[in-house]
Design a protein around this ligand. Structure first.
Ligand code: HEM
Length: 405
């Protein structure tokens, strides 16, 4: 059951979909870190939300008590059987490796990693650069743009489509499905529509690749053997859906947040234009300060963690974004320092599930910002126009009007 009542006590009844929290979670985290660093809620499902760096990383490493079998921050309605009235393809293995524990996690992750190695990612740079330039061509002369919808949102989905070997013509539809699954998960109908769209599409794509294999990720997974056996089709389906889901909203949110920061912090924008060599550390710092991704864990057995009586079946929301703003882990965490030297941020998670696509995400962020700043070095938020933020599992701007000379 979904509750949307206003929050009166963040320590005992927090809501990650609260409109004020979506806009500015930072002050709420700061207050809670001092009074109650692991708040609880019974909204949606009994859930805990660690906010300190040490707690988030400790729980991420304790895979015995905290399972990844259910990682959705906004769980499907408890009273609703998702398979009722549904006889289409299902995700019997979930979305491995992200929603798997070892041993399934270990070998499915190993199959994905080579596709996102430094060498492979370098080979995707030209197509990413070309894509960014053509998007900029569409609005650079107009003096205004929606930096989220016209730019950030358009990039990762097309790069991922190329890696998966599926048509980039489907980019808008992919984006819609991924948003249905992650951003509108509170709306059961939209969530179901997104899941159905993705699954039917990939079932069909897999069938085609069985007949006519290419040199893409899907074909390779279908023709891979693990311990002498071909990988089960259901596992390949889950992995294919995961790569799309994990690679789209996340990176687009990161690019959008970075552009929001540069549009609203003139000094940092000017500095990055003047000192382009700062780009790699700037990307890390922007990832730290505006980390998009929160993932859930499920408590496997009753356990008391830091005085919190966690019950088997409870959720733990791994608030990597809040951990990255913890003053005990980062000096002046709320200040963006483009040249921050010590930056062990956990925007990509921590432990065995650490992001498998981090090299790709970093490259896309860097190229997207480089190309934007080369073409539009001066830009600000459009005065009086509303900016909207998505949140829950993935936080980032969805409408971001900017103006430039
Ligand atoms: C800025 C962009 C991104 C951010 C902030 C991000 C963040 C994360 C985080 C926090 C996790 C850990 C999940 C957990 O602990 O449960 C994760 C896992 C993962 N990410 Fe990313 N991600 C990004 C982009 C990408 C991209 C571009 C891909 C490529 C397809 C990708 C693929 C994956 C996969 C496959 C996993 C699962 C790894 C495992 O379970 O072993 N991510 N990501």
């Amino acid at each position: 059951m979904t509750h949307t009542a206003p929050v009166t006590d963040w320590a005992t009844d927090f809501d990650v979909m609260d409109p004020g929290y979506l806009k500015d979670p930072f002050t709420i985290w700061d207050q809670l870190r001092q009074s109650c660093p692991i708040p609880h809620t019974d909204r949606r499902k009994s859930s805990w939300m660690p906010l300190r760096y040490d707690d988030v990383t400790a729980i991420a490493h304790d895979i015995e008590h905290f399972s990844s079998l259910k990682v959705a921050v906004i769980p499907a309605d408890e009273d609703e059987d998702p398979n009722e009235n549904w006889d289409g393809p299902s995700l019997e293995y979930g979305l491995p490796p992200i929603s798997a524990d070892p041993p399934l996690h270990t070998w499915t992750r190993r199959l994905l990693l080579p596709w996102f190695s430094h060498k492979r990612v370098d080979s995707y740079v030209p197509l990413t650069r070309e894509l960014c330039r053509s998007l900029l061509d569409g609005f650079a002369d107009k003096g205004h743009a929606d930096a989220a919808a016209d730019y950030a949102q358009q990039i990762p989905v097309r790069v991922i489509a190329r890696i998966l070997g599926v048509s980039t013509d489907m980019a808008d539809t992919f984006t819609e499905w991924v948003r249905d699954v992650l951003e509108f998960a509170d709306d059961q109908e939209r969530r179901q529509a997104g899941v159905e769209g993705l699954l039917y599409y990939f079932v069909d794509q897999l069938a085609q690749r069985k007949e006519h294999p290419g040199d893409d990720l899907l074909s390779e997974l279908l023709h891979t053997e693990v311990e002498g056996k071909q990988v089960d089709d259901g596992i390949v389906l889950g992995m294919a859906a995961l790569v799309l889901i994990a690679g789209v909203d996340t990176t687009w949110s990161g690019i959008g947040s970075a552009l929001w920061h540069l549009a609203s912090h003139e000094e940092d924008r000017k500095r990055l234009v003047a000192e382009p060599d700062l780009m790699p550390t700037a990307v890390e710092e922007l990832l730290r300060a505006y980390s998009p991704v929160t993932m859930a864990r499920e408590v496997t057995q009753d356990v008391e963690y830091a005085g919190c009586p966690m019950k088997a079946g409870d959720k733990v929301l791994m608030n990597f974004p809040a951990a990255n703003r913890d003053p005990e882990a980062f000096e002046n965490p709320d200040v963006v320092q483009l040249d921050r030297a010590h930056n062990r941020h956990v925007a990509f998670g921590s432990g065995i599930h650490r992001c498998a696509g981090s090299n790709l995400a970093r490259m896309e962020l860097q190229v997207a910002l480089e190309e934007w700043l080369t073409r539009i070095p001066e830009f600000t938020l459009a005065e009086g126009e509303e900016i909207t933020w998505a949140g829950g599992q993935v936080r980032g701007p969805r409408i971001l009007p900017v103006v430039f000379p």
